[in-house]
Design a protein around this ligand. Structure first.
Ligand code: AMP
Length: 380
C-alpha cells in the first residue's frame, strides 16, 4: 500500500489528469506531471511538472526515481514510456494494456479473438485492400485511423467506394479500420476499477449522446433494462480480467436493434462519461484511480443522486479570439448544477473546456435543467 505523503507520477496532464491530481492532493499525495504543454491543466494542481516530451529519458529517469507509482490519463501516452518506467517503479495500468487501446487494429483483434461482440469491420490501408474490406463491411461505413484518433479526429464517414479510395489517399496510407455504420439505439459506457487482486468495482452505467463524434451529454444512470446493464457489466469485467488490467478503465458500447450490445472501444483511464461520479457517486472515478494506483481499498461506487453531465466545448466561448467565456449565471443560478472548468487559456472549436453536472432527485428534472442550461449557453 502506498500511503498519503508519497509522490505519484502522471503521464499526460490534460483535464483527466487535473481531476486525478485534485483527488490525489486531497488525500495528501504529491503529484508529478509529465507533459510537454507548459500550460498543462493538471500541472496547475501538481507539486511538480516535468515539462518535456513523454519519452524524454531524463524525465522518465526522474519520474522512476521519485514516484512511488505512476499512472496515465490519456491513451496516447507512449506505451513504451510506461513499459520503461515499469522497470523501476509501479505502473498502473501497464504499458501492455495501454498498447491494446492505443491501436484500433490491435484492439479489434483482441476483442475478436476473445469472443467479445463487435460490429462488422475490416483492417484497411491501401487501395488494394478495398475489395476485401467491402466484402466484410457494407457501406455506409466509418473509416478510423488505427492510431492517434480521439474525439472524432482521424475519422471519416464513407458513403461510396470512391470516397473510401480518396480518403485513403488523403490519409497517406495510414493503417485504418473500416467499420460498418451501425444504427444505434443508444450508446452506453461502463467505468470500472480493477485492483491487483482482481477485485472489481463498477460505477453505474452511463448513457451517452455524441455530436460530431464528440461526447455531448451523459445521463446517469443509463435508461436501460437491468438485464442489459448486467450484460454490459459482465462484458466489461471480462475485458478487464483478460487484459489483467489494474486501474480505472472505460468500455464504450453501442446498443443496436433495441437490446444487443457491441463493444466500441476501451479507454485505459477514467472517462469523460464518468465525470458525473464526482458530484453524484460516493467515490469519484478519479479518487478510485488514486485508490487503485496506491493499492488502497476500492471506494464505494454507488450513486447517491441521478445526474446529467454536459460538456462545455470551445464553441461556447465568443469574441474574435474566443476570449469571452460564457455567462456562467446560466449555470450557477441552478442550485443543483456543478460547474467544472479545466483552466484552459485558449478556447478552440472541438476543445473540451469544462463540464457541468446537474444533480437532482429526479433524473427527468436533471435532464430538463441540463437542456435549459445548454440552450442558454448556446443562444446567449
Ligand atoms: P469512437 O471515437 O470510435 O468512439 O467514435 C465516436 C462516435 O462516433 C461514437 O461514439 C459514435 O457516436 C459514432 N460512431 C463511431 N463508429 C460508429 C459506427 N461504426 N457506427 C455508428 N456510429 C459510430
Amino acid at each position: 500500500m502506498i500511503l498519503p505523503g508519497a509522490t505519484l507520477g502522471l503521464v499526460g496532464g490534460g483535464q483527466l489528469g487535473r481531476m486525478f491530481t485534485m483527488a490525489a492532493r486531497n488525500l495528501d499525495y504529491r503529484v508529478t506531471v509529465l507533459d510537454p504543454d507548459p500550460l498543462s491543466p493538471a500541472a496547475e494542481f501538481a507539486s511538480g511538472h516535468l515539462n518535456t516530451a513523454y519519452t524524454h529519458p531524463v524525465s522518465l529517469e526522474e519520474m522512476a526515481r521519485t514516484c512511488a507509482a505512476v499512472t496515465t490519463e490519456f491513451e496516447n501516452a507512449p506505451a513504451e514510456a510506461l513499459i520503461e518506467l515499469a522497470r523501476r517503479t509501479t505502473v498502473r495500468p501497464s504499458g501492455h494494456a495501454v498498447a491494446v487501446a492505443q491501436d484500433r487494429t490491435v484492439e479489434k483483434a483482441f476483442f475478436a479473438s476473445n469472443g467479445f461482440p463487435l460490429g462488422p469491420f475490416a483492417v484497411i490501408q491501401t487501395r488494394e485492400d478495398i475489395d476485401a474490406a467491402l466484402g466484410l463491411v457494407k457501406l455506409p461505413a466509418v473509416l478510423k485511423t488505427a492510431r492517434f484518433g480521439y474525439d472524432g479526429k482521424g475519422q471519416a464517414r464513407i458513403a461510396t467506394r470512391e470516397q473510401l479510395e480518396t480518403t485513403l489517399v488523403d490519409w497517406n496510407g495510414a493503417l485504418c479500420v473500416l467499420e460498418e455504420f451501425v444504427s444505434l439505439t443508444k450508446e452506453i459506457s461502463v467505468i470500472l476499477a480493477r485492483a491487483e487482486d482482481g477485485k472489481t468495482a463498477i460505477f453505474p452505467i452511463a448513457e451517452n449522446q455524441h455530436v460530431n463524434g464528440i461526447l455531448d451529454i451523459t445521463i446517469a444512470p443509463a435508461r436501460i433494462s437491468a438485464a442489459l446493464a448486467e450484460e454490459a457489466e459482465d462484458i466489461a469485467s471480462r475485458i478487464a480480467a483478460k487484459l489483467e488490467y489494474v486501474g480505472v478503465m472505460a468500455v464504450e458500447f453501442f446498443v443496436v436493434a433495441g437490446d444487443k450490445l457491441l463493444v466500441n472501444e476501451i479507454a485505459p483511464r477514467p472517462h469523460n462519461s464518468g465525470h458525473y461520479t464526482i458530484d453524484a457517486c460516493r467515490t469519484s472515478q478519479f479518487e478510485q484511480q488514486v485508490r487503485v494506483l496506491c493499492a488502497l481499498p476500492l471506494g464505494d461506487t454507488s450513486q447517491h443522486t441521478p445526474a446529467v453531465m454536459l460538456n462545455l466545448m470551445g464553441e461556447l466561448w465568443r469574441g474574435a479570439a474566443n476570449e469571452t467565456a460564457p455567462d456562467w449565471q446560466s449555470v450557477l443560478r441552478h442550485p443543483g448544477a456543478h460547474l467544472h472548468l479545466y483552466g484552459k487559456r485558449q478556447a478552440r472549436v472541438g476543445r473540451k473546456m469544462g463540464h457541468v453536472t446537474v444533480c437532482d432527485t429526479e433524473l427527468t428534472t436533471a435532464l430538463t435543467i441540463a437542456m435549459e442550461i445548454k440552450t442558454e449557453l448556446t443562444t446567449k
